[in-house]
Design a protein around this ligand. Structure first.
Ligand SMILES: *Cc1c(COP(=O)(O)O)cnc(C)c1O
Length: 405
């Protein structure tokens, strides 16, 4: 062979015996076949086996099997992001003239997707109070095909009674999908609590290093998996080998990282309770959180993401306080080694937040730094807020008012 040809067809080295502890990386679009017949029947290998890089490689299938096992499912599918996993579930199980339900506390970009992608396609979304538990049944009708749950809710951390909601939906033959990004399957297993489709953003704790975007959906029923896989194929959704490899590496330490984040968070919460400027703490481990009992019943612990509400201050004072932070970075996403803060205004687009104290809401993601350093960083922040705080109230005095009716 001549040089150009040799460079394209290098000698294949034997890959045995070569035992490693890591999953091999397969970068591929084209997959080749031994025979014409194998090529012609390649579409039969969409759900298992290999036909084209977009539809699965040994690297992506390894990650999928790992996630299925972690979730207590039989099958899992990985997607290019958490948001694409949510959109995929909606597109796979709802059609024109159907309805889906989402808790009003659901991940913001998913709510926007429902309003701006699903609505023009003729799929209506009803946003429901996350704390209504089994009475979600009153909102279901013949057109409803899917009920989403997310517990705790994004930014506001309401806990949902997922077994009660699932039972109400199943009584009408309706599927239930959970966004389990906050807890991960280490702390909560939606599939063991009545949910049909358990989704996570792997960009957060699962991969754990703030360096990739991926999502996953795990199921127990083969038919659900096949429908998801079909629609993923129609939409051309696939994932890269490097992302899968990094995610597999991240999963190895997931329980250890979560344990550390929880421990540091609980210490920081204790410290925050003594800060005059903190008027509300939104974290289900707080005994006076209205969802505390359900959370204790269903979850095995907490991760490191929660919100606090600060007493009202001028925008200038708040801005100056943020400038004092050296370790906590201002940024969206969370679940990595780095601690983050993100100011948020959950009231935009929601009218069921009467229980939420007025003031600046800040979401914190507690990373893996030494907790003493993190508390010193927060001391700088609260020092800058200074004595301007006068509006100290008891925690959660109003919390839960909306669910009591
Ligand atoms: C971040 C996030 C998503 C979306 O994940 P991406 O991978 O960033 O698309 C979905 N749900 C929740 C709860 C999230 O926090």
């Amino acid at each position: 062979m001549r040089t150009e040809t040799t460079l394209i067809h290098p000698p294949r080295t034997a890959d045995e015996p070569f035992q490693t502890l890591t999953v091999p990386l397969h970068h591929a679009s084209t997959v080749t076949f031994e025979t014409m017949a194998a090529f012609e029947s390649r579409h039969e290998r969409l759900y298992d086996g290999y036909s084209y890089g977009l539809y699965g490689t040994p690297t992506s299938r390894s990650l999928e099997q790992q996630i299925a096992a972690l979730e207590g499912g039989t099958r899992a599918l990985v997607t290019p992001s958490g948001l694409s996993a949510i959109s995929l579930v909606c597109m796979a199980f709802a059609q024109k003239d159907d309805r889906i339900l989402m808790p009003s506390s659901m991940y913001g970009p998913a709510r926007t997707m429902a309003q701006r992608l699903l609505a023009p396609l003729g799929i209506d979304t009803v946003f429901y109070d996350p704390t209504i538990a089994g009475s979600v049944g009153d909102l279901l009708d013949d057109r409803t095909k899917l009920v989403w749950v997310e517990s705790p809710g994004s930014v506001t951390f309401e806990i949902q009674d997922i077994p009660a909601i699932s039972a109400a939906a199943h009584a009408h033959g309706i599927l239930v999908a959970a966004d389990n990004t906050w807890a991960t399957p280490i702390l909560f297993n939606p599939l063991a609590h009545g949910v049909d489709l358990s989704m996570q953003s792997l960009s957060k704790y699962a991969s754990g290093h703030s360096d990739l975007n991926m999502g996953s959906i795990a199921v127990k029923e083969e038919a659900l998996f096949r429908r998801l896989k079909d629609v993923a194929r129609f939409l051309g959704l696939g994932v890269g080998a490097d992302e899968c490899f990094l995610c597999m590496r991240g999963l190895v330490t997931l329980p250890l990282r979560l344990r550390q984040s929880e421990q540091s968070s609980l210490q920081i919460l204790e410290w925050l309770r003594d800060q005059d400027s903190v008027v509300q703490i939104l974290h289900p481990a707080e005994p006076n959180h209205p969802g505390h009992a359900v959370w204790t019943r269903d979850f095995r612990g907490s991760s490191g993401v929660f919100s606090i509400v600060l007493a009202p201050h001028s925008a200038d004072v708040i801005e100056r306080a943020f400038q004092e932070l050296r370790l906590f970075k201002i940024g969206a996403s969370w679940g990595g080694a780095h601690s983050l803060v993100a100011p948020s205004n959950p009231r935009s687009g929601r009218d069921d937040l009467a229980w939420l104290s007025t003031g600046h809401l800040i979401r914190l993601s507690i990373g893996l730094e030494n907790v003493a350093d993190l508390i010193e960083d927060l001391q700088r922040f609260f020092g800058a807020l200074g004595a301007t705080a006068t509006d100290k109230r008891r925690f959660h005095t109003n919390l839960g008012a909306s669910s009591a009716e």
